[in-house]
Ligand binder design. Structure first.
Ligand SMILES: [Zn+2]
Ligand SMILES: [Zn+2]
Length: 327
């Protein structure tokens, strides 16, 4: 099979010919139909995260069809469409797993980081972590739901019942969260890189009543803010924009250093918190909710061998919505 593989941090992905993987016990062999490109893939490529598997095939927003089932798999049938998310394995036994917080599992393994992912013609995945995909979505439109959607949704839940919601960074996750938030009757304020007029226009199209530069103050205080941009300086900026009792949710897996800030920005029972990974329950809830909103994804489709270009465009903020690779 053809795959786009990372051989070393900060290198370009190379197209390689590999043997098609065989499904082990509990695994599905999946023919990849589409794979979304996530900011986390950039962090993997850039070596921002603790070393995972190397070489690695990135990609954790996989839509594909089941080709073959390994021993002991009872769910799914050959030909059935499935999604493979970031959460690829949990131990089921640690204190987090036992408490229903498998997203924090001490021994978790993640797709496209510890486990080869979807920038390939085929992949294998543990069937227990795969999701059926709602029929309302075609393959490419569904791909961004698997991480931008899922982890965006988890971030939104952790923002509580905030009525006035700020979104910092208006990319793949924010464009989905915006639709869910509006569906829930929240008011939306969007922040982009300074002077990114296209992102601000996109945010208004998706229901933001105000969109502006991340350095600007919103017209009124926020009840919560979600930071999708991996920029530490946005933490004090978002706290400054947030009303007493409000929450600032850091949704990315990596962020540049957070600058020191005066305690008065946190005072008033403001909360700063992160969001880590997903649980299978998040996936089931969000994939049931998405077609009811209905969430419509805006995507730019590229060929598998254009993965480096897709990553470069994401890095430079030149993707509207989400980039999706097709083999
Ligand atoms: Zn565990
Ligand atoms: Zn992701």
């Amino acid at each position: 099979m053809k795959a786009m593989q990372l051989g070393a941090p900060r290198a370009a992905l190379r197209i390689v010919d590999l043997p098609t993987p065989r499904p082990g016990p509990g695994q599905l062999l999946i023919k990849v139909r589409a794979c979304g490109v996530c900011r986390t893939d950039l962090h993997v490529v850039d070596g921002d995260l603790a070393q995972g598997k190397m070489p690695i095939i990135p990609g954790h927003e996989i839509i594909g069809t089941v080709v073959e089932k390994g021993a002991g798999v009872e769910r799914f049938a050959p030909g059935e469409r499935v999604g493979v998310p970031w959460l690829g394995y949990t131990c089921g036994a640690c204190r987090y797993c036992a408490a229903g917080r498998e997203n924090l599992c001490d021994a978790a393994r993640f797709t496209g980081y510890h486990l080869d992912g979807g920038y390939a013609e085929y992949t294998v995945a543990d069937a227990r972590y795969c999701f059926p995909i709602p029929k309302e979505y075609d393959d490419t439109a569904a791909a961004p739901l698997l991480c931008a959607g899922l982890i965006g949704y988890r971030s939104l839940v952790l923002a509580g019942d905030a009525k006035r919601l700020g979104l910092y960074g208006f990319g793949a996750a924010a464009h989905i969260v915006a639709q869910v938030a509006r569906h829930q009757g929240r008011r939306l304020f969007a922040f982009s890189r300074p002077s990114d007029i296209a992102a601000q226009r996109f945010a208004r199209e998706l229901g933001a009543e105000w969109a502006g530069d991340s350095t600007a103050a919103p017209p009124e205080p926020l009840d919560a803010a979600i930071l999708f941009a991996p920029v530490g300086a946005l933490v004090p900026a978002a706290l400054r924009a947030t009303a007493k009792g409000g929450t600032v949710v850091c949704a990315g897996i990596h962020m540049s250093e957070i600058p020191a800030f005066p305690y008065e920005l946190l005072w008033g029972e403001r909360v700063v918190r992160s969001v880590a990974n997903l649980t299978r329950r998040d996936g089931e809830e969000f994939l049931a909710l998405a077609p009811r909103v209905p969430v419509k994804t805006t995507i730019e489709v590229l060929q598998l061998d254009q993965a480096n270009e897709a990553l470069a465009r994401l890095r430079e903020g030149r993707v509207t919505g989400a980039a999706v690779l097709v083999p």
